[in-house]
Design a binder for this molecule. Sequence first.
Ligand code: FEO
Ligand code: CA
Ligand code: CA
Ligand code: CA
Length: 636
Amino acid sequence: MIDDEKPAHRSPSPTLARVIDARIGRRPFFVGLAASAAVLAGGASRLLAAASRLRFPEVTHRRLAQGIEVAEGYEAKTLLRWGDPVLAGAEPFKPGKSTAGAQAKQFGYNCDFLTFMPLPLGASDPKRGLLCVNHEYTNAELMLPGIASRHAAWANASASQVELEMAAHGHSVVEIEKVGANWHPATDRAGNRRITANTPMRLSGPAAGHARLRTKASPDGRTVKGTLNNCSGGATPWGTVLIAEENFHYYFGGEPKKSSFFDTERLNFKRTGIRGRPFYGWYRHDKRFDVEQEPNEMNRFGWIVELDPYDPRSVPVKRTALGRFKHEGAAVVRNPDGRIVVYSGDDESFEYIYKFVSERRVDPDNRAANRDLLDSGTLYAARFDADGTVTWLPLVYGRGPLTRENGFASQADVLIETRRAADLMGGTTMDRPEGIAVDPANGLVYIALTKNTGRGKRRPVNVANPRERNRAGHIIEIVPPAADHTADKARWEFFLFAGDPKSPAHRQRDGLSVSKNGWLVNPDNLSFDPTGRLWITTDQGPDQPRSRIADGVYATEVFGPGRALTRLFFTVPVGAEPCSPIFTPDARTLFVAVQHPGEGSGFDKPSTRWPDFKNGVPPRPSVVAITRIDGGPIGG
Ligand code: FEO
Ligand code: CA
Ligand code: CA
Ligand code: CA
């Protein structure tokens, strides 16, 4: 339902048919660039594995169903549901009677990013931990009775509905503990926290305090209320969580052209897709979301937010040095020299892949010394060339075209309009960058490009995005030289082309012998398990009702004969996408967020009532914990 495919701009990409053919012609190969890098980085034993180590029996590709299904020999238990109590004194969930007051102490809606932070910080075999969960967006038509459709949820939004929606957004920090083989939430712990669209936050880094970030409520441009559309994220080595603000344009209504700022912010409004046609009715009840009233408020969203889950009183911080765009997530790497690198994709068709390199090195012995590490450094956009090189283009005020002639008067301007800076620097437009994962063993980087049906004659393919009307998506692999993520150049290769081998519309190009259940479309989140296999979730979005196939979680080896041969492990209910597969350090539990079950239907007649399956109870976005019945590691 929520689809980010519509691009907010046109940026020309050269036709490179010749070089594409040259690169595609080199596929498939199982051990290429990645193999040599793995040997260099000490990953040879994995490379030489005789066969795939993934031993689970596959789930069958199936038509949409009301429940979940996991591979035989495993069980998936619901851990936390929308509306479950999180804070002390929280009311129990009351189906159809949700209120903002109750919601502010309960688990929020549409769980997306998850991360598990051990208790205490640094524990290697923890029996307790903090589950940190993003609540990306809301579906009022599924949360409350009597709302006919998503359109009605926008058009007729009452003040109380808007307050509920705001309280159901944001993030939850919930302590969980392991009893026997199972994890349980510990509600009402003092360390639990709910963050909403109204939680006070700070802005820091080069754009903080800039005139374009000042509003009536924040005359110094350094404070902001809340975070929006938190999609994926990451965790830092010093035990903080990064949460990514993605589709912030959905929240801003009014008439941009009537705003007194329209002339100066015209390109910015255009480039971020703020056209006064939001998905939410918030602007009618809260003036800060009305661009006529408070045109700078939109500049205060679209950032990466850092929060300390170990301190429930800490003030979350929007780190402007990492740029402003529709951040899918934040994949954090500690570079061999101690600097921190954060990869982040901009999830919209024809947008870019970015990385941020910190100026300073992390101090592993002094947590406080890393507090503002993400405030200074360099942001880059990626250009992919036909010779297999990725060039990282610095987005630095005064360099190249990033000057006054093009509307940039400072680094703050470059960061506020990151997309426009990347256009001018000549980044490669991608097929909707979603998840990014870095192999902890050797530093190879994997990037999911979920789809882009917009490439054709007018907006041609390019070397890294070679399929016209790319319905199925693909995954790219980047090999930094000697695992140095700060280098200006790296090598790149295709990892897989998604698609049903039998579907002409998918234009599957791999020719790999993936099983009849193992092929996937629309890769979204990526993560590695502790033994180095890559786990991939899919999100067909509005294509799911057409395909009638459930979205799922797949796993694959990245080296050896099992490279890119994805296998299906878990499927989710109708309307849902699985998000953010993450493992406990012992690999014995896999957590998955099941987001927006029943999307496309409504409270009164939902397409599923998962996970409760009780009359009158709507579907509830939930986190599930998957374990092996014999207690062994996930995936075999
Ligand atoms: Fe929130 Fe890019 O999915
Ligand atoms: Ca999502
Ligand atoms: Ca996503
Ligand atoms: Ca997606």
